[in-house]
Design a protein around this ligand. Structure first.
Ligand code: PMV
Length: 327
């Protein structure tokens, strides 16, 4: 049996614009997915728990993935199983073991489909654990590339390398097209608010693409996000929190202009700002899910906990550890 863990992430800056070749800066946070894999002669058995903050369990046994009876939106369960299936296919391919079967157990404390990179973390940890169970060890660059191929396949070609690269490497990363780098960042005081909802990443990306195709000022908005990311990445130091927060606020406004915010996300963003956060923005595809704020005091956490639109709020420090074998 091999077990690996990988972190979720927040976008400090740049989601959506990254799809069009602008840079983005995701940061891994200390919320991790754990995947254990044991080889078996054939077939696949998947057991998953705690895939949302409230938690649910999926148990499945058989040669093909069928619909488990769980209290969670179908699309989410399909997506979770789809990522796992593709990740295991990548592991079989890497190990040249086309017929390998697996027993898989997934546990994650990253809310599913909420902009915190849960699917990337599960994918990265699953490829790492499955390849180890087949006796090979991938280097991180190959692992990140294979994880990207999984996201791309499951999301119909609509994926950037940001989530999977960040989850593989840990820490803060910079992604611009195919160019992915780890970058130095201080331990920023992230506070996350979660509305309990999910956004449909594929649909939101498609909506932004339509806007960009039809309105020159939407294309300009995407370029403006790229400009602020280039400015922000130069200020990734512990004494520049006020400026980073200002840029996060600007980033949220531009995402909102592109139509990917939501009333609940705006309510949490304003609760954080009014509580004195340096800045706050939605993270990930939007439509629902999480916001990220910067505040080293407890004020933002308290304010979010009193915000009716916020289901849960928590601190999540920068996680400098990427994918890791659990011994
Ligand atoms: O919501 P998430 O964590 O799947 O993030 C999506 C980020 C986008 O930039 C909107 C899409 C992508 O693949 O980069």
């Amino acid at each position: 049996m091999a077990t690996s863990t990988a972190p979720g992430k927040v976008y400090l800056f740049g989601e959506h614009a990254v799809v069009y070749g602008e840079p983005a800066v995701p940061c891994a946070v200390q919320r991790r997915a754990e995947v254990s894999v044991k080889e078996r002669s054939s077939g696949l058995r998947v057991q998953a728990g705690d895939l949302t903050l409230s938690g649910f369990a999926v148990e499945y046994d058989g040669a093909e993935l069928s619909r488990p009876d769980v209290d969670a939106p179908d699309a989410l369960v399909d997506a979770a199983l789809g990522y796992l299936n593709e990740a295991l296919a990548q592991a079989r391919d890497a190990a040249n073991a086309p017929r390998a079967g697996f027993d898989v157990v997934v546990n994650s404390d990253i809310p599913l489909g909420a902009g915190l990179g849960s699917s990337a973390a599960v994918t990265v940890a699953a490829i790492d654990a499955a390849t180890r169970s087949l006796g090979i060890e991938l280097d991180r660059t190959e692992l990140a590339e294979r994880a990207y191929q999984v996201e791309s396949a499951v999301q119909g070609g609509q994926a950037s390398r940001a989530d999977t690269f960040c989850s593989t490497m840990g820490g803060a990363v910079r992604v611009e097209g195919e160019d992915c780098q780890t970058i130095d960042a201080p331990d920023l005081p992230f506070v996350i608010g979660y509305d309990g909802n999910t956004g449909d990443t594929g649909a939101l990306v498609a909506d932004v693409r339509n806007l960009r195709n039809n309105y020159a000022f939407a294309a300009d908005t995407i370029s403006a996000i790229g400009d602020l990311v280039r400015r922000g990445e130069r200020r990734l130091t512990s004494d520049a929190q006020a400026e980073l927060g200002r840029l996060m606020n600007f980033n949220h406004g531009l995402l909102s202009a592109l139509g990917v915010s939501a009333r609940s996300l705006d309510a949490m963003v304003w609760a954080a700002r009014n509580a004195g956060a340096s800045g706050a923005k939605l993270t990930g595809a939007g439509g629902g899910g999480c916001v990220v704020a910067l505040d080293e005091t407890d004020e933002t956490l308290t304010a979010l906990n009193y915000t009716p639109e916020c289901e849960t709020a928590f601190r999540a420090a920068l996680d400098t550890v990427g994918v890791q074998e659990n011994s």
